[in-house]
Structure formats: structure tokens, C-alpha cells
Ligand binder design. Structure first.
Ligand SMILES: Nc1ncnc2c1ncn2[C@@H]1O[C@H](COP(=O)(O)OP(=O)(O)OP(=O)(O)O)[C@@H](O)[C@H]1O
Ligand SMILES: [Mg+2]
Length: 457
């Protein structure tokens, strides 16, 4: 561009021209500065748009607030989604402070506790602080919050930025997982303890069984010795005596026939010897009958043959008769007349259990009357043994009133414990109810067996 400036000749003209040129230079600089400002503004707007778009894309909530006013200059839409508050509410940090936040111990956040405010005021950088919040709709949730100050070159705080993400679902899942893990561990511990206890009980049952077996052997051996053995020895002696009398008798008869005296006749054996021999033989007969009765009774005690031939009801009736005869307690058996099919194992155990309960009533209750009621239900057979004796406290002998399956070691005797364990093993149970001075009721329950009985399909 060519600029021509008319004026007076000489230095005056050139001064004016210089001034004009200077003005022009200034104008040009202004234009350039304005252009640069616009360019920078455009760039800032672009940067801001880029930042905003990036923040909107992020899955976490982000808030930027300027210092010292606390004005919120940016909050992405996740803030609203997480807090369930309209975004407008977060226009200043005062608004933010109105939101409810709680520490782990349940105490509410004071205004100065919020990470963003701490960063703005003190320049603190906060990393992953857990904050429990109450959202706009009243629901509770947990946020993991970080916050950091933005400083200028001189280190002055210009603003602060906070970011937070909602860990409520993750935390709930973790808690549920922890709970189920704890429950599982607890169950494993319980099962292990139960198993150890069951093992311990089995061991004590096994050792008690072998002791009981040994006691029973000794009892049978003593009974055999005292009764059968003594009877047989006595019978042998009596037979010897009878034979001697018999021989003496025969010798006497043949001596009398020949006229020569025998040793016995010399010792003065009389003719009444044959009568004495007969008496001995009668006594032997009596001993043999006693032994037969003893053998029968022992056989019945060991294993009632009736149990296999006529069945449970007849065997129980026979047992009751026998115990009534032996112990003088009145024992009545009531039967519903229905068939009671039980598997063989259970049949034997059920009978033995009835016998144990009757023995207990006789031994401990001082009862005058005992009633055994046999009944068949839909799925089981029951035997109820009720006495009018002194009663006892079942829990005091390690036998809870509520019945089988509960804890309790035998502290006294073995009978009830053994029944409970062995019945339980075969799917049955024993329940005992007893009140001091008001008698005892024990109920045995056994599942029906697979074996069909007469009259059944
Ligand atoms: N019908 C009952 N009346 C009163 N007390 C009873 C009765 N049944 C049981 N008891 C009490 O319960 C205890 C335990 O009975 P349990 O049958 O387990 O053992 P026991 O009869 O003493 O010995 P075991 O049966 O080993 O020979 C008895 O010692 C007794 O004190
Ligand atoms: Mg007993």
C-alpha cells in the first residue's frame, strides 16, 4: 500500500508523516492483538468443549469449583445420576454441603469434611475416601471420592476438582459374598464339630457296647454257673447216690437170694434203700425241669424266638408276663391289632429297647404299674412305655426332653443313650418325658419296614 501525505516542505512534513505512520502502526498492532485474542478465545472454547465432552464421557462424577468463591464451574451429568439431584443444585459448594454424607462410623459429614472443600481451602489431596451418602430420593449409597487442588505457577489455589464413583452395588456384592463366605465357613465349622462329636459318640458307643457285651457275657456265665452248672452238678451227685442205693438194693436182693452178706448189708443198708433211690431220682428230675425252665428263660432273654415266629406283639406280651412274674410289677400290654412290619435289624432293636425301658421302670421307678402301648401309624410303629413311678429329670442324665438328635452324653447309665443312638442310626427315635413323682413316658418310634406282613400287599 502507498500512502502519500501532502504538507509543508522540509522537517515539518516528515514529522507529520512519522506521526501518521506511528498511528498506523498502533492501529495495526491493535488489529493483530484483537485477532490473536479471538484466536486464543476460540482455542480456549475448543479446549473447554473438549474437556467438557471428555468429562461427560467419564463413568465417574466430576465437579470443579473455583477458589475462593466455591462456585461450581463444571459438573458432569454423572453427578446428577449418582446423587439423584438436579444439577442446578450444585451451582456452589454451599449446595454441595447441603447433601448428606456420613463417615464409616455413621457420623454426619460437617461442611468442612467434604474432600472438595478440603482441597479448596487447605490444598489437601484426597485419595479414595469412602463416603456414605443419602441421595436426593432418600436412598443410601457409598461413594469412593478423590479430590485435588488446581494451583497457578505461584502455587496459589485457583480451583479444586473432585471425582467420585458409586461403589454401592460392588460393596453390597462384596458384603453378600463375605456374608455367604462367613456362613459357609461357619457351617463347615459346625459340620466338622458335629462330625467330631458324632465320631466321639460312636467311639464311646463302641466301647460301651463292648463293655456291655462283656458284662452280659459275665452275667450269662454267672447264671450258667449258678443255675445250670449247680443243677447239673447236683443232679450228678443225686444220680450217683441213687445208683449206689440201687446197687445196694440189687446186692441185697442177690445176697438175700444166696444167703451171703454183702458189704452194704454189713454196713446196715436197709431195704428202704430203693425208696431213697427213687427220691434221689425225683430230685434229679426236678433239677432237670428247673434247668429246662432256666434254659428257656435264658434263651428268651438272649433272643426271643417268639420275635421271629409270632412277631413283636407276642414277644412283648411274653416279656411283660415274664417280668411281671419275676419283679412283681403289674405290666399291661395294649396293642392296636394292626400288623407292624419292621426290618429285622429294627425289629430286634425295637424289642430290646422295649425291654430296656421296662427294666428301667422296674429298676429305677419303683413303679406299681407299667403300660406298654404298641401302635402302628401311617409311616411308623410306636411303643409307648408309661410308668407310675418316681420319675426323673432326663436332662440330668444327659438326655434332653426334646428327644433324639440333641446334644447330651450319657452321664449316668448307658441304656437310654444306647437306645437313642442305635435307633437314630436306623431312622427311629426315642423321646422321654418325665416329671418327678409323676412317672415317666418313653416313646420309641421306628419307621415301617419294607417287609410286607400278612394281609398286606
Ligand atoms: N422309668 C424311669 N424312672 C425313673 N428313673 C429313670 C427311669 N428310666 C431311667 N431313669 C433314670 O435315668 C438313668 C439313666 O437310665 P439308663 O437306662 O440310661 O441307665 P441305667 O438304667 O442306670 O443303666 P443301664 O441301662 O446302663 O444298665 C437311670 O440311672 C435313672 O436314674
Ligand atoms: Mg437302663
Amino acid at each position: 500500500m502507498i500512502i502519500t501525505i501532502d504538507g509543508p516542505a522540509g522537517s515539518g512534513k516528515s514529522t507529520a508523516a512519522r506521526k501518521a505512520a506511528a498511528r498506523l502502526g498502533t492501529a495495526i498492532q491493535r488489529v493483530r492483538a484483537e485477532q490473536e485474542r479471538k484466536r486464543l478465545l476460540t482455542q480456549v472454547e475448543y479446549e473447554q468443549a473438549r474437556l467438557r465432552t471428555t468429562l461427560e464421557q467419564m463413568p465417574v462424577g466430576v465437579v470443579i469449583a473455583e477458589a475462593p468463591s466455591g462456585r461450581v464451574i463444571l459438573a458432569n451429568h454423572q453427578v446428577q445420576r449418582i446423587w439423584r439431584h438436579p444439577r442446578a443444585e450444585c451451582s456452589t459448594i454451599e449446595h454441595l454441603m447441603e447433601h448428606e454424607g456420613f463417615h464409616e462410623d455413621g457420623a454426619a459429614y460437617a461442611p468442612g469434611d467434604w474432600p472438595l472443600i478440603r482441597s479448596l481451602r487447605t490444598g489437601e489431596a484426597v485419595q479414595d475416601e469412602e463416603v456414605e451418602i443419602e441421595r436426593g430420593d432418600g436412598a443410601r449409597g457409598t461413594l469412593l471420592v478423590s479430590s485435588t487442588p488446581i494451583r497457578d505457577r505461584q502455587g496459589r489455589i485457583l480451583a479444586a476438582v473432585t471425582s467420585f464413583h458409586d461403589i454401592t452395588t460392588r460393596q453390597r456384592l462384596e458384603q453378600a459374598l463375605r456374608r455367604s463366605h462367613d456362613t459357609l465357613e461357619k457351617r463347615v465349622r459346625e459340620r466338622t464339630a458335629e462330625l467330631a462329636k458324632a465320631n466321639q459318640e460312636l467311639r464311646s458307643l463302641a466301647s460301651e457296647l463292648s463293655l456291655a457285651e462283656e458284662r452280659e457275657r459275665r452275667r450269662i456265665a454267672t447264671a450258667l454257673h449258678d443255675s445250670l452248672g449247680q443243677n447239673l452238678a447236683l443232679a450228678k451227685i443225686k444220680l450217683g447216690l441213687a445208683r449206689r442205693r440201687d446197687r445196694a438194693c440189687s446186692a441185697r436182693e442177690s445176697g438175700a437170694a444166696s444167703g451171703a452178706p454183702t458189704a452194704d448189708t454189713q454196713r446196715g443198708v436197709s431195704l428202704s434203700d430203693s425208696g431213697v433211690a427213687d427220691r434221689h431220682l425225683d430230685e434229679v428230675r426236678g433239677l432237670i425241669e428247673e434247668s429246662i425252665a432256666f434254659t428257656r428263660s435264658l434263651t428268651f432273654e438272649l433272643s426271643s424266638p417268639l420275635l421271629y415266629t409270632v412277631g413283636l406283639e407276642a414277644a412283648v406280651e411274653r416279656l411283660a408276663e415274664q417280668m411281671q412274674g419275676r419283679h412283681g410289677v403289674q405290666i399291661q400290654v395294649v396293642d392296636d391289632g394292626k400288623p407292624k412290619p419292621l426290618d429285622e435289624d429294627m425289629l430286634v432293636l425295637f424289642f430290646q429297647s422295649v425291654r430296656e425301658l421296662l427294666m428301667n421302670a422296674v429298676k429305677h421307678a419303683n413303679a406299681t404299674r407299667v403300660t406298654v402301648t404298641l401302635a402302628r401309624g401311617e409311616t411308623d410303629v410306636t411303643a409307648r412305655v408309661e410308668d407310675d413311678g418316681g420319675g426323673f429329670d432326663p436332662s440330668a442324665v444327659g438326655f434332653p426332653v426334646s428327644g433324639i438328635g440333641e446334644v447330651g452324653d450319657p452321664t449316668d447309665g448307658f441304656g437310654l443313650f444306647s437306645i437313642r443312638e442305635r435307633l437314630g442310626h436306623l431312622g427311629g427315635r426315642l423321646e422321654v418325658q418325665s416329671v418327678r413323682d409323676r412317672g415317666t413316658v418313653a416313646v420309641l418310634t421306628a419307621p415301617l419296614g419294607d417287609t410286607p406282613t400278612e394281609g398286606e400287599g
